[in-house]
Ligand binder design. Structure first.
Ligand code: FAD
Ligand code: NAP
Length: 338
């Protein structure tokens, strides 16, 4: 077993925060993970599961055993009249999986192209973009329970998926290592292109025959034009969730702020664009030292180089306070803070 000690996590998180981990173990099979977990010397050691590190902010050195999931492999496990059941290892890069599915004609995740991170983290916050969430195609997952080292299968209904939410952020928090995920992908695509500027981009590309490949291409172009590339500027995507408020409160706000952006959701609440709220508190493009708020999308906090996790966190506190003071809405962080 190759366990690294006192290792910098800078290259393991897309914010590029330079903290150290007490131990780091990278594993490429569930057997290797179970072998490690059976070692009594790590029994009481705190553990932190890491995928691509694209939804994490480290604010301190990690006095834990970091379990870096590198389980690969993509496999078609069943084909039915309307679906393909496809299993992917938790360490597969999410975007590679999306491209693989598009090439094979497996439909359903094309709108989720270019989301950073790995397959294993995709159920954690029910990743979503451009009107699609993984709950739409999720079938089940396999995981290892950290305390008893047993392998379990967790089905969709147990995951309790919500908007950027799942059971893994609540009652199952820090209890499981997800080792693989099974997706139920469609033979017949259902195109989602009314969201954001997908349609405009398809028009610009002069695409008239829709395909899952064309949708992914449009999504990738929009994302590349708007979002900071973590390889160039450290970030973890949207730092905050879009708050959901009741429609009477939204209407009150609309009287005072006619331009406010909100969308009705399934539960008759209004999802307010947090980026708009933050921008309208004057934060867009803000920079203090190396911590800042992205100049094209205020929802994304950035590390221009050497910001510490605490500097980014403090900026997020100030943003939450100013949004609360101006709009009476308390933003919740989407990024996992350690
Ligand atoms: P990590 O950051 O490594 O981990 C995230 C959390 O999941 C941690 O709590 C970790 O402990 C846990 N975890 C990770 N892997 C496992 C596992 N195998 N088993 C158990 N627990 C695990 N998100 C969206 O939903 N939609 C977007 O459109 C989107 N766009 C983004 C754009 C940019 C530029 C960036 C930087 C991020 C974006 N994100 C988006 C956020 C992020 O990419 C996703 O949340 C992604 O799923 C995180 O994957 P990861 O492997 O990097 O997880
Ligand atoms: P955008 O298109 O500028 O839209 C702003 C917000 O309005 C988004 O957050 C989106 O909510 C919502 N929205 C837009 N059109 C909508 C519609 N037709 N119906 C309901 N809600 C609508 O957003 P963006 O920043 O460029 O991001 C585009 C997509 O990528 C979004 O889906 C966003 O969630 C996703 N993304 C996520 C992250 C992350 O880290 N979580 C980072 C970058 C981009 P939703 O966020 O609920 O979709």
């Amino acid at each position: 077993m190759n366990i690294q000690t006192n290792i910098s996590l800078k290259q393991y998180n897309t914010f590029g925060i330079d903290v150290s981990a007490k131990y780091l173990f990278a594993f490429s099979s569930s057997d290797d993970l179970q072998y490690l977990l059976s070692d009594q010397s790590f029994k009481n050691q705190e553990k932190l599961v890491l995928g691509g590190g694209s939804n994490i902010l480290f604010t301190r050195n990690i006095n834990a055993l970091v379990l870096k999931n590198e389980i690969g492999g993509i496999e078609l496990i069943e084909e039915t009249e309307n679906h393909f059941l496809v299993k992917a290892g938790a360490g597969v890069v999410w975007h590679d999986f999306v491209i693989y599915c598009i090439q094979k004609g497996y439909a359903g995740i094309e709108n989720l192209a270019l989301i950073p991170g790995n397959v294993g983290a995709s159920p954690m916050q029910n990743i979503g973009a451009y009107g699609v969430e993984i709950k739409d195609v999720f079938h089940s997952l396999e995981a290892i329970h950290l305390s008893d080292n047993k392998k379990v299968t967790i089905t969709k209904s147990e995951c309790d998926f919500g908007y950027r939410e799942s059971v893994f952020k609540h009652s199952y928090k820090n209890q499981f290592v997800i080792t693989s995920v099974v997706f139920q992908l469609n033979k017949k695509p259902e195109f989602h292109f009314s969201y954001g500027s997908i349609k405009e981009e398809l028009d610009r590309l002069q695409i008239h025959d829709l395909s899952i490949n064309a949708i992914a291409q449009a999504v990738m172009n929009i994302r590349r034009s708007k979002l900071p590339d973590p390889k160039i500027i450290g970030n973890a995507g949207s730092f905050f969730k879009n708050p959901e408020i009741d429609s009477s409160f939204f209407n009150e706000l609309k009287n005072s702020f006619p331009q406010i952006v909100g969308y009705a959701n399934d539960s008759e609440m209004i999802k307010v664009a947090a980026g708009w709220l933050i921008e309208n508190c004057g934060w867009k493009g803000y920079r203090a030292g190396d911590a800042g708020c992205h100049d094209k999308q205020a929802l994304v906090l950035v590390n221009f180089g050497k910001a510490s996790g605490n500097e980014i966190f403090d900026l997020s506190e100030k943003i939450i306070e100013s949004v609360k003071n101006k709009f009476g809405i308390e933003l919740q962080r989407e990024v996992n803070i350690y």
